[in-house]
Write a protein that binds this ligand. Structure first.
Ligand code: NAD
Length: 485
């Protein structure tokens, strides 16, 4: 199978690879080199219309295909992702700027896990039955929703794309999906894999384009009955305001401003190693990164000095080099945004303890978009730097003196996606976990995922939960059947 990057990416509609109907393309740029290395379809409503038509046509057969058959096809897709790990990881790195080693170790293996997990999940998925003593038996029939839309962001391109598509397909829906226009290549390669795996035409349709031009055509299409969206809170709000009056099911996984709460009794080495990762992995462009580090005052100075020293040692460089711990940020637009957030932090009175600058590389990456991992101190909880999502290699550190104060700081945010707690005191860990307003809490670890658990955030971080049975429930409609005895 040829999984090389083409000069022109194609849409995948009705099982065919095809050019956008309007003939328009957008440049696809490698952010580590500045090179335009392919062209992405700038699809619009006409391509979405065709994709919805193909999905509708495929639905009667796919929705009645036995679960075991769907399992086999999705499992084949998972295997082909594994077999093509190197090509997919390289495509993702070239699109996104992340270190190739990260893509190989995390993103691509997790994409195949998504397919494998939901392929097997659908074999075990069951529904409830309620017995009204000798009067009646009720049972819940769960049926696929129909044609559903899946829209994903650029930070974990294939992983988040497959996190939505896999449960939708496993539960018998047909899908119209749009990856981020900033990182389209792995989604294109997935279409080649799906053809090879024998996924019937029209069951999955991948349309490339912008949010306003193509994403909104998916959201507004009356034939699409549910939308699973991951991306910014701004776009999530727009999608909710369009989809809600059309009574579509929506699942919104949005931004975060996650607290990392460090108590003095933590396992120091483990906390320090993990905090470096939870702050700067993927250049801080993971929705679950801890961007507000709250440290008990007894250990604040010790933490600060070691954290600065460790951060300064992170090698920023060519994502293809194994020695690079930090790659490029994803786009010029995002690069400018992150640097402007650092300027804002200074204007708000913050002190830059490490980083704070763009980095100029030489050689292959001389035109790349690199930013030093940055630590900011001296800002209160209500300033914009501590309230707004930056989504880059930038964290703030703040001291606290009591558990109550830690909770108050942690919860002073309009977001509520995830939180990390570091303490050896099991009672305190449970107390704080219960009181932090976040959908995902890690105690003495970070980013450990059991795909069966509910995934999602509180407040402006979104509505709905993905993962495990929650995802299979989202993509099926419950119908109660009551039989009088
Ligand atoms: P984005 O909202 O700009 O774009 C996400 C996707 O939505 C893209 O495919 C885009 O083309 C599309 N889109 C944009 N506007 C749209 C509209 N009006 N209608 C339909 N589609 C539209 O987000 P991004 O910059 O790609 O990603 C970064 C954001 O994603 C951050 O806020 C991050 O926190 C969030 N994120 C959240 C999670 C989570 O699980 N909660 C995971 C990863 C990323």
């Amino acid at each position: 199978m040829n999984l090389a990057a083409p000069s022109h990416i194609a849409n995948y509609i009705a099982g065919e690879l095809q050019a956008p109907i309007n003939g328009k393309y957008m440049p696809n740029t490698n952010p580590a080199t500045g090179e335009v290395y392919s062209q992405t379809p700038d699809s619009d409503i006409d391509d979405v219309e065709e994709a919805v038509g193909a999905a509708r046509a495929a639905f009667p057969l796919w929705s009645t295909t036995p679960a075991e058959e769907r399992f086999k096809i999705l499992n084949r897709i998972a295997q082909l992702i594994d077999d093509n790990l190197d090509a997919l990881a390289l495509a993702e790195t070239n699109d996104n700027g992340k270190p190739l080693s990260l893509s190989k170790r995390v993103d691509i293996p997790r994409a195949s896990s998504n397919f494998r997990f939901f392929a097997t999940g659908i074999m075990h998925f069951s529904t409830e039955s309620h017995n009204m003593e000798d009067k009646a038996i009720n049972y819940t029939l769960r049926q696929p929703v129909g044609v559903v839309g899946c829209i994903s962001p650029w930070n974990l391109p294939l992983y988040l794309f497959t996190w939505k598509i896999a449960p939708a397909l496993a539960s018998g829906n047909c899908v119209v999906a749009k990856p981020s226009e900033v990182t389209p290549m792995t989604a294109y390669l997935l279409s080649i894999i799906c053809r090879k795996a024998g996924l019937p035409p029209g069951v999955l349709n991948i349309v490339h384009g912008t949010g306003p031009g193509c994403g909104s055509a998916i959201v507004t299409h009356p034939g699409i009955k549910a939308i699973s969206f991951t991306g910014s809170t701004r776009a999530g709000k727009e999608i909710a305001s369009t989809a809600a009056p059309m009574f579509k099911k929506i699942s919104l996984e949005l931004g975060g401003k996650n607290p990392n709460i460090i108590f003095a009794d933590c396992d120091w080495d483990k906390m320090m190693n993990t905090t470096i990762m939870s702050s700067f992995s993927n250049q801080g462009q993971i929705c679950l990164c801890g961007s507000r580090i709250l440290v008990e005052d007894k250990i604040y100075e010790k933490f600060k000095h070691e954290f600065i020293a460790r951060t300064k040692k992170l090698t920023v460089g060519d994502p293809l080099e194994d020695t690079s711990k930090q790659g490029a940020v994803v786009s010029q637009l995002h690069f400018d945004k992150v640097l402007s957030c650092i300027e804002l932090a200074k204007q708000e009175g913050g002190t830059i303890l490490a980083g704070g600058q763009a980095l100029k590389m030489s050689g292959r990456c001389e035109n790349g978009l690199f930013i030093e991992p940055t630590i900011i101190e001296g800002l209160g909880p209500h300033c914009r730097t501590n309230m707004e999502e930056i989504f880059g290699p930038v964290v703030t550190i703040q001291p606290f003196s009591t558990e109550e104060e830690a909770l108050q700081l942690a919860n002073t945010s309009d977001y509520g996606l995830s939180a990390t707690i570091w303490t050896q005191d099991i009672s305190r860990a449970n107390r704080v976990a219960g009181k932090v307003h976040s959908g995902i809490i890690w105690v003495n670890c970070w980013l450990l995922r059991d795909l069966r658990t509910p995934f999602g955030g509180f407040k402006n971080s979104g509505v709905g939960r993905e993962g495990g049975w929650d995802a299979l429930r989202f993509f099926t409609e419950p119908k109660n059947v009551c039989i009088e005895l």
